[in-house]
Write a protein that binds this ligand. Structure first.
Ligand SMILES: Nc1ncnc2c1ncn2[C@@H]1O[C@H](COP(=O)(O)OP(=O)(O)OP(=O)(O)O)[C@@H](O)[C@H]1O
Length: 321
């Protein structure tokens, strides 16, 4: 299809080999990504790994140095204006006007997008937000969670088909984050495709699928179960007598140094250990088997991400001659 629109079942975001360089440094390196309509894809990875840069290329704000792709059926290199008009993008420091009212902020964004029926749209957005009676309140007086919800409402006023959210809930309390995510799910249920970057594991778990990027390279993609299975990690949880002068934290440090152990970390009074081979892992904890009960558990998403990140760091070390 040449000028927009996607066939039923075709991904609405389909990019291949996406590459971006800044000053000779490759910060996004041949990234492939495909996301279907109505799906929520979580974008995870260490700071500075290229998540924001990738989001900005997908919404047409940055021109890639390499790669190609289609967003909503539009060519991401040649039809950027069409893409921009159909995407909502909530940046990390999304700017609301603190000294304008909630309603005035929404009206502003309605004007930016050149929307018709502005008053009705703003009234509808206020109703959806549960702020119908507080439209005249200054945006600056809202709590962090409400500010983010207002920002989200501003980003979807023009009824985009894709929503890109860059760490939308950083620093927001758990209750407000949960409500924010309920809204994201409601939008996805209406057919909105969402790509959201986050550092929170609980948020990753609320996504239909995740993509993990480290140092510009895409290291894992799929559903949570697929990503965990693909890591080929095994994990043991140890509980028992840990209080004989060596607490869980000290014991974890000791276990982490043993062969076959990729990571060991205290979790309250328990120890969580993981590694690539089940038998080696059992052997590594055997010296403590008499007083700690080790049981096999599924590796957590956090285990997988830390493992991937450490592997990527190792690969990125350049040894000068
Ligand atoms: N306009 C720019 N000019 C030069 N370097 C840039 C520019 N934008 C981003 N970078 C660099 O590119 C790398 C990737 O940055 P990016 O913001 O995409 O990462 P990120 O994964 O979103 O990070 P975070 O999780 O901290 O938001 C970083 O090293 C950053 O400093």
């Amino acid at each position: 299809m040449s000028a927009g629109g996607v066939d039923d079942g075709a991904p609405v975001i389909a990019v291949h080999g996406l590459t971006k360089r800044f000053g000779g440094r490759t910060v996004v390196d041949a990234v492939d990504l495909s996301v279907g309509r109505g799906r929520i894809c979580g974008f995870l990875g260490p700071n500075g790994s290229g998540k924001t840069t990738t989001l900005r290329m997908i919404c047409g704000l940055l021109i890639p140095d390499g790669g190609e792709g289609r967003v909503l059926g539009f060519d991401m290199l040649r039809e950027r204006a069409a893409i921009k008009a159909r995407v909502g993008y909530m940046t990390q420091k999304f700017g609301l006007f603190a000294d304008l009212t909630i309603a005035e902020n929404l009206e502003f964004f309605a004007r930016v997008h050149g929307l018709d029926r502005r008053r009705e749209r703003v009234a509808e957005a206020l109703e959806r937000l549960g702020l119908a009676t507080r439209g005249q309140q200054l945006a600056g007086s809202l709590s962090g969670g409400w500010k983010q919800r207002l920002a989200l409402a501003a980003c979807v006023l023009h009824e985009p088909e894709i929503l890109l959210l860059d760490e939308p809930t950083a620093g927001v309390d758990p209750q407000a984050r949960r409500e924010f995510w309920d809204q994201i799910h409601a939008l996805a249920a209406q057919g909105m495709t969402v790509l959201v970057s986050t550092h929170y594991m609980d948020e990753a778990e609320r996504c239909h699928e995740i993509a993990y990027i480290a140092y510009g390279r895409m290291l894992a993609r799929g559903t949570i179960d697929e990503v965990i299975a693909g890591s080929r990690l095994h994990a043991l949880q140890g509980e028992g007598r840990l209080d004989d002068g060596r607490g869980a934290d000290r014991l974890a440090a000791e276990i982490e140094g043993r062969p076959g152990v990729a990571m060991a970390a205290p979790f309250g009074t328990a120890i969580h250990v993981c590694g690539p081979d089940a038998a080696d892992l059992r052997a590594a904890v055997a010296p403590w088997a008499d007083r700690i009960d080790w049981r096999e558990v599924q590796p957590s998403l956090e285990d997988v991400f830390i493992h991937l990140m450490r592997g990527a760091q190792d690969n990125s070390v350049v040894v000068s001659p």
